[in-house]
Design a protein around this ligand. Structure first.
Ligand code: PAF
Length: 277
């Protein structure tokens, strides 16, 4: 596997490839990331992964400094998974002027759901993904559905800014008990980990009710919040939204997504479930 630290190296490599699929990550790779690499391999002749912990998408008091950096381990996993190249830039390479004047400003959806609790987060995500797309110039890029709002914003960015990258959504990787795989699961204590699948459990309860014809979305959301709070979670939100637009869902909608974010001890966990009725 090639390991590139500079933009020039990536561009030189890219020029020689027929088709490229790209998996942007922040490292600390788990099975969920490897599913993205697997999906990428099916869509292009070559797969390149990036590892970059993007300061721009972390708010004040968030875990930028403590975010797990596990480069050697990540490289081994990527070699085993069959990635062809890894882009591992430092901050100076991606943000040479430290603070950029130009950023990608997503529309109002960036201030809702997770954005309401992480101001500026999606501007940071969209900006770095746009930069990475301009550097790698992939034909295809793979993103996990676990970050559903991120996926939505990146799709909209590509559509509105005519970025010629096909965005592939990959199903969320889950542990046996249903917990969505995430680098932040590593922050859970053993006791918290044993309880952590309650978030997914609540999404499943709502899904089953929706499939059974329940239309009182507010009541479903409130019941889930109350259950999580009763079990020691600090809930940011549980919301039923339109799957395609992330707009507020109205009774009778057929394509829905249930999204949730809540803290159990230190980590803030997110998850979601699509419901197509
Ligand atoms: O999903 C992530 O790991 C990050 O938000 C991404 C897309 C790599 C941008 O930093």
């Amino acid at each position: 596997m090639h390991i590139f630290h500079t933009i020039a190296e990536v561009r030189a490599w890219r020029r020689e490839q027929e088709s490229v699929a790209f998996v942007p990550t922040m490292g600390n790779l788990h099975e969920g990331h490897l599913k993205l690499v697997e999906a990428a391999k099916q869509r292009a002749a070559r797969v390149i992964v990036s590892i970059f912990v993007n300061r721009l998408q972390f708010g004040q008091g968030e875990d930028f400094n403590s975010y797990p950096r596990t480069f050697d381990d990540d490289c081994q996993k990527l070699i085993t998974a069959g990635a062809d190249a890894l882009f591992f830039p430092n901050e100076q390479e991606l943000y040479p002027r430290v603070k950029q004047d130009f950023n990608v400003e997503p529309p109002h959806v960036q201030n809702e759901l997770c954005g309401a609790f992480r101001p500026g987060h999606f501007r940071g995500v969209a900006t770095v993904v746009c930069k990475l797309f301009n550097i790698v110039q992939p034909d295809v890029a793979c993103f996990g559905k676990k970050d559903y709002q991120q996926l939505h914003i990146i799709r909209a960015m590509c559509a509105d800014l005519n970025i010629p990258v096909e965005i592939v959504a990959v199903d969320t990787g889950r542990a046996e008990d249903g917990l969505a795989l995430s680098s932040r699961n590593g922050y859970l204590t053993a006791d918290e980990r044993a309880k952590a699948s309650r978030l997914y459990h609540n999404l499943c309860v709502i899904r089953d009710a929706l499939v059974a014809g329940e239309h009182d979305y507010a009541s479903l959301e409130q019941t889930a919040v109350a259950d999580l709070v009763a079990h020691g979670w600090q809930v940011d939100y549980v919301e039923i939204r339109q799957a395609d637009t992330l707009e507020i869902a109205h009774a009778g909608e057929k394509r829905l997504v249930i999204l949730a974010a809540a803290r159990l001890g230190k980590p803030r966990l997110i998850d979601n479930l699509e419901v197509f009725i």
